[in-house]
Design a protein around this ligand. Structure first.
Ligand code: ZN
Length: 206
């Protein structure tokens, strides 16, 4: 964000448009940008491409009662958000960037809405009307994945890690396989033709 008031206001408008396009509710945009609800509603009504969404889901405990897939995807989002923050990005601009990355990774059936992602980020950093962090990222001692856990929770190698649990269930649970499909193997006949072509080109170049 710029230090100059005019440019900072333009940054806030761009951020509001970005967040609304990703599905953010009015209150979430208001907290992220500092723009008044009236301004946001006027802009969204004038734009017409993006619907105005009402109250965000007010259930900060949802993460703890979520399914294994919910917790895995939440950890994927928060890991991306944390990486951007560690690179020096401010929290508000980092949020839509991390959410887009999450959508790209979990593109088949994303389970985390933008408002949920906002809630996770503020529980992690203790910002945006949250007094202190309630969630933390922990690195699994078994698979080295980073996953969300409650602040101060004792680390037990592998026992709380959603990715270790997914790995154990993967070959027995079709829902997990559908959700995290394995990458298709390359067509070996194409690979053979590619190697032949490359050899011929190398021979011609010699
Ligand atoms: Zn693990």
């Amino acid at each position: 964000m710029s230090d100059y008031p005019f440019e900072r206001h333009l940054d806030h408008l761009a951020l509001a448009r970005d967040c609304a396009a990703l599905g953010a509710r009015l209150r979430t945009i208001e907290i992220l940008t500092g723009l008044s609800p009236r301004t946001i509603v006027c802009l969204l009504r004038a734009d017409r491409r993006i619907p105005i969404r009402g109250r965000p889901p007010n259930t900060p405990e949802w993460y703890h009662s979520g399914t294994l897939l919910d917790r895995s995807e939440a950890s994927i989002f928060v890991s991306g958000y944390r990486r951007l923050r560690d690179l020096g990005f401010q929290a508000a601009p980092a949020l839509p960037g991390a959410f887009r990355h999450y959508l790209a990774v979990c593109r088949s059936h994303p389970r985390i809405s933008f408002d949920r992602a906002f809630d996770l980020a503020r529980q992690l950093d203790g910002i945006w009307e949250v007094a202190e962090p309630g969630l933390a990222l922990h690195t699994c001692g078994s698979c080295s994945s980073r996953y969300l856990t409650v602040v101060g929770a004792a680390s037990r190698s592998g026992s709380d890690c959603p990715f270790c649990k997914l790995k154990a269930r993967y070959f027995h649970d079709p829902r997990v396989q559908v959700h995290f499909p394995s990458a298709p193997l390359p067509d070996l006949s194409c690979l053979e033709w590619s190697l032949i072509l490359r050899t011929r080109l190398d021979e011609q170049a010699a």
